[in-house]
Design a protein around this ligand. Sequence first.
Ligand SMILES: NC(=O)c1ccc[n+]([C@@H]2O[C@H](COP(=O)([O-])OP(=O)(O)OC[C@H]3O[C@@H](n4cnc5c(N)ncnc54)[C@H](O)[C@@H]3O)[C@@H](O)[C@H]2O)c1
Length: 284
Amino acid sequence: MTVKQVGLVGSGIMSSGVAEVVAKAGMDVALRSRTQEAVDAMVAGLEKSLAKQVEKGKLDDAASAEIRGRVRAVTDLSELSSCDLVLESVVEDITVKKQLFTDLDDVCANAKILATNTSTLSVGDIAAATKNPERVCGIHFFNPAPVMPLVEIVRAEKTGSATVSGARTFAEACGKTVVDVIDRAGFIVNSLLFPYLNNAVKALDAGLATRDDIDAAMKGGCNFPMGPLELLDLVGLDTSLSILEALHDEYQDPNYVPAPMLEQMVGDGRLGRKTGQGFYDYSK
Ligand SMILES: NC(=O)c1ccc[n+]([C@@H]2O[C@H](COP(=O)([O-])OP(=O)(O)OC[C@H]3O[C@@H](n4cnc5c(N)ncnc54)[C@H](O)[C@@H]3O)[C@@H](O)[C@H]2O)c1
């Protein structure tokens, strides 16, 4: 299965990063958001990122123009009808994703793969919103997508073998290391990572140490590139809260009960880097 045209749905952190990865891998990208403003902002973000790479000598002007030329911005879902593969990265909400897959199933009759970038939701539940669950799988990129080497390919109960192998070929064409995983909340990485991140928030709240010392301890003591609180700000605290809730729903393990401080911060609109305020201040 050769993927030439990729539809990306959603205009947040993940779709923006994946758009750059896919266009750099030589595939055409249709970027879809519900509003022209949001999709224009994504394209502007991509242009800024490419310009920075040209400035640093990582890309030349011709390559940058070629990559930019592969990306078209659209607002109507029907404009994804010619795509071979569609990957959604919209808000981590099962109702929203199910509705989107019902719509994609109708609009993208020719797509070989309809994929979700969900971090924790059931791919099988999302697939059940379509008439063709065999072409639905998870293609889980990590943040920031242009930098992080891993992609988890998630096989739900009804996912077809051709879908799994096509998704693997696509992710490898994007230059990623691929792992296969069955459809359990959090897959490999987040089911192991989130108890740790959650406990870091609980430790901060309990006064175990300062924010800076918690992050410094895990970087210096475990050789992690980022501390847990910095990482939560990068992921987004709202997304992190949704991930913990989904993990708790599935496993009923108290380690996944979201730290009250995390819930409080989300309630206050402090979502991390994307809002300029999280555990750290990004507004300056
Ligand atoms: N942030 C991460 O580190 C990360 C990593 C891997 C996967 N993911 C997954 O990717 C997906 C998106 O995460 P993100 O971090 O890009 O989120 P984000 O908050 O940056 O973006 C969410 C997007 O969803 C759109 N949206 C919100 N409500 C919608 C609706 N009702 N209908 C259609 N679109 C709607 C928003 O406009 C926005 O474009 C989630 O499923 C998340 O679990 C996130």
